[in-house]
Design a protein around this ligand. Structure first.
Ligand SMILES: [Zn+2]
Length: 318
C-alpha cells in the first residue's frame, strides 16, 4: 500500500518562517515555525532548510510521503524560474531558491510571492472563493496588498505591484522607513500604530493589539486607532476607485482586531467614495495561515494536482 502523499507549504518572513505539512486532501498533518535569523541571507536559507527537513521527518513519522514543496517570500520573485530577485527584509538577492531547496530535499519546489500566495489561498479556499475581482490587504509589520482583476493577481512590470503601504495618505506627514513622508504604513501598520501610541505618551512596550484593545476606554488609544483606520480608508478609496473590487479582504496580524478594524474603516471609506457604494469589507477567514496554505497550493498546482484543491476545507489558523 502506498503511503499518503503530502506537500510542504513554507512562508518565509523577516521575523518568522512558518511551515506546514498538508495532505493532498487539504488536511494539515503537521506544522512548525522558527524565528528568522535577523541577519537574513545565508543564515536564513539554512534555517529554511532546517524547517523543511524537520517537516519532512514529521511527515514521514506520520506515514506520509512528501511529493513537493511551495515556498513564498516577500520581495520581488520570478515565479516562473523560482528565483528570488530581491527581498530586502531577508537580505536575499538573485537567489535560486527552487534549486537551493530542491537539491537538499530532492523535492520539486515552487516559489512565489508572500501576499500573492496568501491571495491565492483566499481565492481558492478562503474568503474570496470564486471571485475574479478582489483585493487582499495584509496589515502586519508593514502593509502590502494583492490586486486581483479579471481572475489574475497583478505582478506588475517589475514585480513590485501592490505596495500600497508606501502610497502617500498625508503629504508632508510623518517619516516612513522608505524615506518618504506620510506613507500609509506609518499610520496603519502594526509597527506604526504601536510606535505612534508610545511616542504620544502611551504605555512603553505597548503593541498595536494593546491600542485596539483600549479604543473604548482610553482617549489616546482611540485617537491613534482612528488615525490608522482613517489612513487605511484613504488608501483604500483610491484602490477601490481604480480597480472596482467585489470585495476588500483584510489579512495579517492586525486583522485579528476584527470589527474594531472593519467598522470604522468601512464607514470612512463610504464617506470618501461619496458617489459610489463601497464594496464589502471582511477579515480574512484564513488569518496568518493564508500564506502557508497558499504555498501548499503553489506546490499542488506545480504537481498538476490543483484540481484537488477545490475540495479543501480550511479554517482560520492564526
Ligand atoms: Zn513609505
Amino acid at each position: 500500500m502506498s503511503s499518503r502523499e503530502v506537500v510542504l507549504g513554507i512562508d518565509v518572513g523577516g521575523t518568522t518562517v512558518k511551515g506546514g505539512v498538508v495532505g493532498t486532501d487539504g488536511s494539515t498533518v503537521a506544522s512548525g515555525s522558527l524565528a528568522s535569523p535577523s541577519a537574513g541571507g545565508a543564515a536564513l536559507l539554512a534555517s529554511v532548510r532546517d524547517l523543511v527537513a524537520d517537516l519532512e521527518a514529521e511527515a514521514r513519522a506520520h506515514g506520509c510521503t512528501p511529493v513537493g514543496a511551495g515556498v513564498i517570500v516577500p520581495g520581488i520573485v520570478d515565479e516562473s524560474t523560482g528565483r528570488v530577485v530581491y527581498a530586502a527584509n531577508l537580505s536575499w538577492e538573485d537567489l535560486d531558491l527552487a534549486t537551493e531547496l530542491g537539491s537538499s530535499t530532492g523535492l520539486p519546489v515552487a516559489v512565489g510571492h508572500d501576499v500573492r500566495g496568501a491571495s491565492l489561498a483566499e481565492r481558492r479556499v478562503g474568503g474570496a472563493r470564486g471571485l475574479a475581482d478582489f483585493v487582499l490587504v495584509t496589515l502586519g509589520t508593514g502593509i502590502s496588498c494583492a490586486i486581483t482583476t479579471d481572475g489574475t493577481t497583478r505582478v506588475g512590470a517589475s514585480g513590485a505591484a501592490g505596495e500600497i503601504g508606501h502610497t502617500t495618505v498625508y503629504p508632508g506627514g510623518e517619516t516612513c522607513s522608505c524615506g518618504k513622508r506620510g506613507c500609509l504604513e506609518v499610520y496603519a501598520s502594526a509597527g506604526g500604530i504601536a510606535r505612534r501610541y508610545r511616542a504620544a505618551g502611551g504605555e512603553p512596550g505597548s503593541s498595536a493589539a494593546t491600542v485596539s484593545g483600549r479604543v473604548g476606554s482610553e482617549e489616546l488609544a482611540a485617537r491613534i486607532w482612528q488615525d490608522a483606520t482613517d489612513a487605511l480608508a484613504l488608501a483604500l478609496a483610491t484602490l477601490v476607485l481604480l480597480v472596482d473590487p467585489a470585495l476588500v479582504l483584510l489579512g495579517g496580524g492586525l486583522s485579528r482586531a476584527g470589527d474594531a478594524l472593519v467598522v470604522p474603516t468601512l464607514a470612512r471609506l463610504g464617506e470618501e467614495l461619496s458617489w459610489r457604494a463601497p464594496p464589502p469589507m471582511r477579515v480574512s477567514p484564513l488569518g496568518a495561515g493564508a500564506g502557508r496554505i497558499g504555498a501548499a497550493i503553489l506546490a499542488m498546482d506545480a504537481l498538476g494536482k490543483g484540481d484537488l484543491v477545490d475540495r479543501w476545507q480550511t479554517g482560520r489558523t492564526g
